[in-house]
Design a protein around this ligand. Structure first.
Ligand code: PGA
Length: 243
């Protein structure tokens, strides 16, 4: 695992954008799984600008959804679907045929999970996963204590996720469960970039990087990944040991 610490959020975002563009340049038909959330927002803005400046072609990429709030429709601006559409798919002119997201309104969510697993397998696995880290150490909706051998699954959301998640919604919204790729996908993907920014993430990043590796802190699993890159700004790294 590599750890990079950048002076501020802008620098972090531009370095993460470079990493992602680098993957597309070396593998134009890459399978990408890009997280939603506040953390990668500027990275995606920078990718959209860089894609035009450097003529980067995303037309052969495949996009896999990381997670979704169960029962939240795609036209709700707090949904992961809405976020990806607005911040990645529209700006990069990605076609529907390139996109595979969870349908969180589907009655049979178990079947939806198996469908996603099959899609990932049929596309040859995930090349790059970009994840943020939740205030409770979750990645996607892999909440503390989740088994590490799961592929896609439906999960009851931790109370921290339920309350922190309100920030994405205009009005108070009931967030009880999520549908998500599993830690098994995370461990199997060819490259993981984990990003965190701001002082509010400093404690969780210390636990992620310095406490024992445990599914109680799902983000800590990156330390077992063969090709994991952790990218932080100085604030998120503030509580790490200096060495
Ligand atoms: P955030 O979310 O980027 O909005 O902090 C991170 C997460 O919950 O995975």
């Amino acid at each position: 695992m590599l750890l990079h610490i950048y002076k501020d959020y802008n620098t972090l975002a531009s370095m993460a954008a470079n990493e992602i563009i680098g993957v597309i340049k070396s593998k134009p038909n890459a399978v990408l799984c890009l997280a939603t959330g506040e953390t990668p927002l500027l990275t995606y803005e920078m990718i959209a600008i860089q894609a035009i400046d450097e003529n980067v072609d995303f037309s052969r990429c495949t996009f896999i959804g990381l997670d979704e709030w169960v029962n939240i429709p795609p036209d709700n601006e707090g949904s992961c679907h809405f976020f990806l559409e607005k911040n990645i798919f529209k700006p990069l002119h990605i076609l529907n045929s390139q996109i595979h997201l969870f349908d969180a309104l589907e009655k049979n969510l178990e079947a939806e999970c198996r469908k996603m697993d099959k899609t990932i397998r049929e596309n040859g696995g995930i090349d790059l996963m970009l994840v943020g880290v939740g205030m409770n150490g979750h990645i996607g909706f892999n909440e503390p204590g989740v088994p590490d051998n799961l592929y896609s699954h439906v999960i009851a959301l931790d109370t921290i996720t339920q309350s922190v998640g309100q920030k994405y919604f205009r009005q108070s919204t009931k967030l009880q469960s999520g549908i998500t790729l599993g830690l098994q996908h995370f461990m199997e993907c060819r490259k993981v970039i984990m990003m965190a920014s701001g002082i509010k993430k400093s404690l969780v990043m210390r636990k992620t990087l310095e406490d024992k590796v445990s599914t109680e802190m799902p983000a800590s699993m990156i330390r077992k990944h063969d090709n994991g890159v952790v990218m932080l700004d100085e604030e998120a790294a503030a509580l790490l040991k200096k060495d």
